[in-house]
Design a protein around this ligand. Structure first.
Ligand code: ADP
Ligand code: MG
Length: 639
């Protein structure tokens, strides 16, 4: 086939333009990316060779070889991995398929529409890495010669990174990929063995196969091994530095932050496995994509098997990254069969227990660090509260909440810090047998909700639940240490005696109040489910609550926003008999001539309660008209 010239996908061209023009200071990362790809290619072949040994026959010592040539000003990165077909070369090196570069491109698009400066693009490369394309950080031309294992034909992909690449049939001795970098004049340091030794040691030491430096005249036996060449997780913990853990994390996770927590453990006994797991510091971009792969890589006796072992870890721990390597699974079963291997589930369950107890320790020892973790991944962990009843108690222990404490009790430790349920229960009032909470979009706004005034006035602390997932677990989870979770914004608040602060306040006459309530019910009709005097309110005049058996109002708003229900159910309007406005309305309701006026004011009252919850008035035009009338009256009274 004659040489063909093809265009890069538009995103790639953009990305390459930034790569080539960046003054990126850590140029050496290109080598980490290319070695990482070579190592992945060897991993994939090693696995395929289990069922098709012929693929690796004759050359089963997987390795990556670096060969600098000062005269030709080239650096060659050679591997005997799985290789690429012609189509693979086009697909893999001509488009952005991989998660890291795709995330990079997305970020880029987002920043571009912000009109941000180009200097930001450079720092983005540092955050995301650009995989194969990082070859162009140091090269003005790149050649990739590849031969797929089991195939006779080889292909050469060539590009100067300027919008197009060419593909032509080529020769290659055996399977694998050879990448020839035509190093730019000002990057010649990457042709020096000393530089290569240092860079490999710094960024690729954890790679499980040898990365070697070819001797000048190219005899294989003279190759110098530059890295430790043993899988990092197989090494004793004491011998691994923090820096090496970090490099390894970034390699397996395709991540560019630091690990927040590292769990490196070896289990012996009934189950034998080694695990090296990381909790990231930053939220991975695809954390909430349901179709994402399970992120922990499964190895069996050092052979990479799959990064899609869904049975291994539950979805509420999907932020974990790393590897699990076990002795206990047969290697010659298909990946599909493997998903159902009971050993996998048992290892998974042991891992969950391990991870949760490490988190618990961290929470005890470093509560501030833990609070950062919880802010990042708490919404995911809380999914476990309704998905995995066996881990419920452990998960409840790990959960942290914003809470609002009564003024008088701020000194007792309640306040702006996140609280645990143990702390909440440790501060219960006498005879309090419930854990009170309120749900909404935003913890700060929830703090001043009218619905919780009466709880605070009576000395009860209230948890502020503002993650969407809260609506689902809190009703499903059952009691904590015998204390039920009770919504402060649903049903009748059974709060008993009036709070001490209310005693001084004058309340509406009960006869007048009864008339007012009857009239409000009549006027508002279907718009409310009921109208009643409130035990909840101390300062505000009105609020809306959900009926005892209704959908919680915040949940109803969420479902409506997603189009799952048409309208939120009518709420119960609670009024505060001690509020001057309600007292005045109660008086007004005795005046038969003012009934029309009362109708308008009642509707304003309801609209106000709706707005307070972030909803719109039922009839915006009517609301505006009534509001204008009331304001007109107010200014005429003053004038
Ligand atoms: P990623 O490694 O995250 O998939 P890269 O941009 O680094 O993304 O590489 C893109 C793709 O090109 C890889 O997924 C792989 O399919 C292919 N590839 C790159 N280098 C090699 C190689 N040395 N051998 C085989 N395939 C490779
Ligand atoms: Mg890569």
């Amino acid at each position: 086939m004659a040489e063909q010239t093809l265009a890069f996908q538009a995103e790639v061209t953009k990305l390459l333009h930034i790569v080539a023009n960046s003054l990126y200071s850590r140029k050496e990362v290109f080598l980490r990316e290319l070695i990482s790809n070579a190592s992945d290619a060897c991993d994939r072949l090693r696995y395929e060779a289990i069922t098709s040994p012929a693929l690796a026959a004759g050359d089963s010592e997987f390795r990556v070889v670096l060969r600098p040539d000062e005269k030709a000003r080239t650096l060659t990165i050679w591997d005997n991995g799985i290789g690429m077909t012609r189509q693979d070369l086009i697909d893999n090196l001509g488009t952005i398929a991989r998660s890291g570069s795709a995330a990079f491109a997305e970020q880029l698009a987002a920043r571009k529409s912000d009109g941000a400066e180009k200097t930001d693009d450079v720092s983005l490369i540092g955050q995301f890495g650009v995989g194969f394309y990082s070859a162009f950080i140091v090269s003005d031309k790149v050649e990739v010669i590849s031969r797929r294992a089991g195939q006779a034909d080889a292909w050469r992909w060539t590009s100067d990174g300027q919008g197009t690449f060419t593909i032509v049939e080529a020769e290659r001795n055996g399977r694998g990929t050879t990448i020839v970098l035509h190093v730019r004049k000002d990057q010649e340091e990457f042709l020096q063995p000393g530089t290569l030794r240092r860079v490999v040691k710094a960024h690729s030491d954890h790679i499980g196969l040898p990365v070697t430096l070819a001797a000048k005249d190219g005899e294989a036996k003279d190759e110098e091994v530059l890295n430790a060449a043993s899988a990092l997780w197989t090494r004793p913990r004491k011998e691994v530095t923090e820096e090496q853990y970090r490099e390894f994390y970034q390699h397996v996770a395709h991540a560019f932050d630091d690990p927040w927590m590292t769990i490196h453990a070896k289990a012996e006994g009934r189950l034998e496995y080694t695990t090296l797991l990381f909790v990231p510091t930053m939220r991975p971009a695809d954390l909430f994509h349901s179709e994402r792969k399970a992120p922990v890589r499964l190895y069996v006796r050092r052979v990479f098997v799959t990064d899609d072992a869904k049975a291994l870890l539950p979805s509420y721990l999907r932020f974990l990254r790393g590897v699990v390597d076990t002795e206990d699974i047969a290697l010659n079963v298909s990946r599909e069969m493997l998903q159902h291997d009971p050993v996998l589930a048992r290892i998974g369950s042991a891992l969950v227990t391990r991870v949760l107890s490490e988190l618990e320790k961290k929470a005890e020892k470093e509560p501030e660090e833990y609070a950062k973790f919880w802010a990042t991944f708490g919404p995911v962990v809380k999914e476990g509260l309704y998905e995995d009843s066996t881990k419920r108690d452990q998960l409840l222990k790990l959960a942290r909440f914003h809470s609002v404490a009564p003024e008088a009790r701020k000194g007792e430790g309640a306040g702006d810090k996140l609280v645990s349920l143990a702390e909440y229960v440790g501060r219960l009032k006498d005879k309090q047998d419930s854990i009170y909470f309120i749900t909404g979009d935003d913890a700060a706004a929830l703090k001043s909700s009218p619905q919780i005034e009466g709880f605070l006035a009576r000395g009860y602390e209230v948890l502020l639940l503002s993650d969407p997932v809260d609506e689902f677990w809190v009703t499903a989870v059952g009691p904590y240490e015998g204390k039920k979770f009770v919504s402060a914004s649903q049903g009748a608040a059974d709060l008993g005696a009036a709070p001490p602060s209310a005693e001084k306040k004058e309340a509406a006459d009960s006869g007048e109040l009864a008339v007012l309530i009857a009239l409000l019910k009549q006027n508002l009709g279907e718009a409310v489910q009921d109208v009643r005097a409130s035990e909840r309110l101390t300062d505000s005049a009105v609020c809306l609550v959900a009926g005892a058996n209704d959908l919680p109002r915040h949940l109803a708003r969420m479902l409506r926003a997603q189009g799952q229900i048409q309208a939120t159910p009518a709420g119960v309007l609670e009024i505060n008999p001690s509020h001057a406005l309600i007292r005045g309305l109660a008086k007004l309701s005795m005046n038969a001539g003012a009934r029309g006026r009362l109708d308008d004011l009642g509707r304003l009252l309801l609209d106000q309660a709706r707005i307070r919850e972030g909803e719109l008035p039922n009839d915006i035009a009517a609301f505006a008209r009534r509001m204008a009338e009331v304001m007109t009256e107010a200014v005429s009274a003053k004038a």
